[in-house]
Design a protein around this ligand. Structure first.
Ligand code: G4P
Length: 280
């Protein structure tokens, strides 16, 4: 399956990101806990070098808890601070401030020793589209905190949200571009709904999902749809269409309807908590 992307967006986003990086101390990067690596753009490691780094494993309400723990250890072992989060229901949000403070402890201590007072740590939220950046900013900082307004000089044109007396957050998230070169990455992004469905072949996507699920989570499709998992992936889709009575106008089995149903149910968590990528 081929996925499209638009180079114009990439160039612009990257330039903007480079500018914003000059203003901040801490990068708060959101990833989707169901595909923690495929929902990252590793270029952020270069763009954010010399910055403190926090990874928020968002949508962890939809991900396999064991895998989320394994991925948290993976990122921690690479020097990131990590918080698992469900930004929509605000689960895990309480820990974020503490971890931000912990991540920037060194800088705050250094400032204190130099006699620099009232210089808050500055942070920005980054991530590929649809990982929950806006949801996070709104639920974390939206109501509770006052916007600080533009300040002369370095922050011109930028709006900062004061989180507490030590931390300020840039109110607009940085949009990273997904990495499409690897077809498996593209496939995983499509499955979680990060690529516009109009450019996807839903039937093909559903077959791929069936293939992944029967391999990684045997029993899930049997439990949800009562299908026999010991048959070809395409036959499993046919059986889902039968079991769920997916019919076209002429009362024929409608496989595309079944494909859409399966993908929707996966995305909304009805198939259970599933992570599509495991730590190697
Ligand atoms: P973005 O800024 O990174 O592009 O993402 P955004 O906040 O717009 O979130 C994308 C979708 O993900 C939204 O759903 C949002 O509600 C959902 N979302 C964000 N965080 C979480 C989370 O922790 N768990 C779950 N399950 N979902 C989350 P939507 O369908 O586009 O909108 P809506 O259903 O909220 O109206």
């Amino acid at each position: 399956m081929n996925f499209q992307w638009y180079p114009g967006h990439m160039t612009k986003a990257k330039r903007q990101m480079q500018e914003d990086m000059k203003l901040i101390d801490l990068v708060i990067e959101l990833v989707d806990a169901r595909i923690p690596l495929s929902s990252r753009n590793p270029d952020i490691d270069d763009l954010g070098k010399n910055k403190y780094r926090l990874i928020l494993m968002n949508k962890s309400d939809l991900a396999d808890r064991k895998q989320t723990e394994a991925w948290s250890s993976y990122f921690r072992s690479r020097g990131f601070f990590v918080v698992c989060l469900d930004a929509r229901s605000k689960n895990g949000m309480k820990n974020v401030t503490d971890v931000i403070m912990e991540a920037c402890k060194e800088k705050m201590e250094r400032d204190r020793k130099r006699g620099i007072k009232n210089r808050p740590v500055r942070a920005m939220v980054v991530g590929i589209p649809n990982v929950g950046k806006s949801t996070f900013i709104n639920s974390y900082a939206g109501k509770a905190c006052a916007k600080t307004g533009n300040k002369p000089g370095v922050t011109k044109g930028k709006q900062w949200i004061r989180l507490n007396k030590n931390v300020e957050l840039l109110d607009t998230p940085g949009i990273l571009w997904p990495k499409f070169e690897d077809q498996m990455v593209g496939l995983r992004l499509a499955l979680i709904g990060s690529i516009k469905d109009e450019i996807l072949n839903t039937d093909e996507l559903a077959i791929e999902l069936i293939h992944i699920l029967t391999g990684m989570y045997p029993g899930v499709l049997k439990d949800r749809y009562g299908v026999d998992e010991e048959q070809k992936d395409t036959d499993i889709l046919c059986e889902i269409a039968e079991k769920r009575n997916c019919l076209s106008k002429g009362n024929e089995l409608d496989y595309s309807k079944a494909a859409t149903l399966l993908i929707d149910e996966f995305r909304s968590g009805k198939l259970g908590k599933i992570t599509l990528e495991i730590v190697k």
